[in-house]
Design a binder for this molecule. Structure first.
Ligand SMILES: [Zn+2]
Length: 137
């Protein structure tokens, strides 16, 4: 297994480890968007969100909440952004599912993605396609 996150988790690659428990590990991103930018990942090699167990997903959510609170208090920031790039189409570069927790400041210049809109009927069409799969899978 040539997974950089598995190597960080096993300790064969050094990291600034923020937190760990039996299911989850959190460490600094080496190319941080802001200081304290933390990656939160399951300890087991799981490629994407769909492959996570319910227990792992819950453990990740709990870790985000815990670390976010510590980041705000410890770094004296008023907020943070949390995101996850799921699969290569979404720019997931390491195939070991992980959340990013990025400390934020007012006016830090980190902008959101470009926004668009829906033409007549597009929102309903899109909604129906998703809801059909929610009800069947
Ligand atoms: Zn891995």
């Amino acid at each position: 297994m040539d997974c950089i996150f598995c190597k960080i988790i096993s300790g064969s690659i050094p990291s600034y480890k923020v937190y760990e428990n039996d299911k989850v590990v959190a460490f600094f991103d080496i190319l941080p968007i802001s200081q304290g930018h933390t990656i939160i990942a399951p300890k087991s090699h799981v490629s994407d969100i769909e492959s996570l167990s319910e227990e792992e997903m819950c453990a990740l959510a709990q870790a985000i909440k815990k670390i976010g609170k510590a980041v705000m208090k410890g770094l004296n920031v008023k907020g943070y952004s949390v995101f996850l790039d799921n699969k290569s189409a979404a720019n997931q570069h390491v195939p070991h599912v992980h959340f990013h927790l990025v400390p934020r400041a007012e006016g830090d210049g980190l902008e959101r993605w470009p926004q668009s809109g829906y033409d007549e009927g597009e929102a309903e069409n899109c909604l129906n396609k998703i809801k059909l799969k929610l009800n069947t899978e």
